[in-house]
Ligand binder design. Structure first.
Ligand code: F0G
Length: 481
């Protein structure tokens, strides 16, 4: 929620009390340099003891509510038929409106099963934008991912409130070109992760549905960040200001044949699910579930997390929770813009993002500017962010880098974890880094896994810039920060 102060300024305000805390420390600059070198300039490989503010992701790092934690105490640990599953099923029916649901251990497990069932060799999957694990699974099933976003989706500075919209003309062209039979399904990702947490509109979703239905193509929504997308629809789309988040979510779901989600985001647990209104899809899923995930009533999740997910599904449509990180992100983005930091606009969900090609214009994409920025930000602040650029793309069949459409440094804002003072600190260190950006150079791999290399790959600095940046930081702030 945002409150208006007497001076007219609007600030994000926490609609919760903090009752359990986890201590953090700010490791000084030389410790950060050592840790970054050991981590191969890959923020994934840092240990949390060596960092201050963890903005790597909002995945599994949100604060759970008292009701979620309490629900875990009454979970039903049965191998089969556990009551916790039925509570989740009820929540799915009430909040999402679907009759059938299976738990899975996390979002990518859902993508794996969907790839198995829907994606045939030579099939195509049009979508508003890919997510890394989605693309990996669909391509491993020998399908082709077609991103059919609108022209301005990749413009990092924009006023378009719905950069996550799918281009309906291109969708029709895909059907004409490949034939409806080869279109496995159309996938809409809520609050599109890789282009800066940008939502799609209900009008657009409705248009997607119409075309898909005409050609018998299933509509699948990745609902990992669904409550934020619904919140943006309420705030930004004409005709929805008076609708509740719960009503908007249900309206969105009415256009889907099947949805899946990583429960690690909007629902604030660790797990995932697939839900559908069609029994035939449910039956197909149930056939594979015990092979890859587990029995139908737990699907790879612990019963405690299933119980907490049932609560999390209901809580995510509470307006104070749906807006909890989105409003702080808006504040974050506005602060960055005021200081000349090239943030992705309009503010989206999940994170504050910076366009690394604008922040570090002297680093070519082949030297991974977003990765260099994430590493440099860590050195300058102890803040762990994530590269969302070329390092997050795998090489093509010839072994060449596939240059990413955008090079983003993503600073995730997990729900109900950080406060305005944390954000002010991050913005301050980003501004310092902007003034010292000439010291930052590129990176090159020295250890590179073949798939999803960004998770565990290791890189080194070109020309030892890490030490130079650390020296400049120590000269300005001393050795203790
Ligand atoms: N879909 C979307 C839109 C996601 O953001 C993620 C994960 C997944 C699917 C996969 O889910 O991690 O539970 O297996 N996003 C995380 C992130 C990893 O940091 O943005 P998962």
């Amino acid at each position: 929620m945002k409150v208006k102060l007497s001076n007219g300024r609007s600030i994000p305000i926490e609609m919760h009390k903090v009752r359990i805390v986890q201590k953090t420390t700010l490791p000084p600059i030389r410790q950060r340099l050592r840790a970054m070198e050991e981590a191969g300039y890959n923020t994934f490989l840092l240990r949390t003891r060596d960092l201050f503010i963890d903005m790597l992701t909002d995945s599994g790092t949100n604060a759970m509510s008292d009701n979620q934690l309490a629900s875990m105490m009454v979970s039903d640990d049965a191998y089969a038929g556990g009551e916790s599953y039925y509570k989740m099923l009820d929540a799915v029916k009430d909040v999402l409106g679907f009759e059938y649901c299976v738990p899975v251990h996390q979002g990518r497990a859902a993508e794996h099963l969907l790839a198995k069932i829907f994606v045939k060799p030579g099939g195509v999957v049009p979508m508003n934008y890919h997510f890394t694990t989605t693309k990996a699974h669909f391509e491993m099933a020998l399908g082709k991912v077609l991103e059919i976003y609108r022209e301005d989706a990749l413009q990092t500075e924009s006023t378009n409130p719905f950069k996550g919209n799918l281009d309906l003309d291109k969708f029709q062209k895909v059907i004409d070109e490949y034939g409806a039979d080869r279109v496995s399904f159309v996938r809409m990702e809520a609050t599109t992760n890789l282009i800066g947490g940008q939502p799609f509109s209900l009008e657009n979703l409705c248009g997607v549905r119409k075309i898909a239905e005409k050609h018998g193509i299933p509509v699948i929504i990745d609902c990992s960040l669904i409550s934020e997308n619904a919140y943006f629809i309420q705030q930004r789309e004409a005709g929805y200001a008076d609708k509740t988040i719960a009503e908007i979510v249900l309206e969105m779901m009415s256009h889907a044949d099947l949805i899946y989600l990583s429960g690690r985001k909007s629902t604030c647990v660790r797990g995932g699910l697939i839900a559908t209104k069609h029994k035939k899809y449910f039956d197909q899923l149930v056939a594979w579930l015990p092979v890859y995930e587990g029995f139908i009533t737990y699907g790879g999740m612990s019963s405690k997390e299933i119980e907490a997910m049932a609560v999390g599904l209901r809580e995510m449509v509470d307006p104070d929770i749906a807006s909890s990180s989105a409003d702080l992100i808006e504040y974050f983005v506005n602060q960055m813009v005021q200081r000349g930091i090239p943030a992705v606009t309009p503010p989206g969900g999940l994170a504050g993002h910076v366009d690394a090609m604008k922040f570090l214009p002297h680093i070519p994409q082949s030297q991974y500017p977003a990765g260099a920025m994430a590493a440099a930000l860590f050195l300058a602040s102890g803040v762990r962010s994530m590269e969302r650029g070329t390092i997050s793309m795998d090489r093509d069949e010839q072994g060449n880098d596939v240059l990413s459409d955008v090079e983003l440094c993503r600073m995730a804002v997990p729900r109900r974890v950080y406060s305005m003072s944390h954000i002010d600190y991050v913005v301050d260190r980003l501004e310092w880094l902007l003034h010292h950006r000439d010291l930052v150079g590129g990176l090159e791999f020295y250890h590179e896994p073949p798939v999803l290399r960004f998770f565990t790959g290791k890189l080194k600095t070109l020309d030892n810039w890490g030490s130079r940046l650390a020296d400049a930081f120590a000269a300005d702030f001393g050795e203790n920060y």
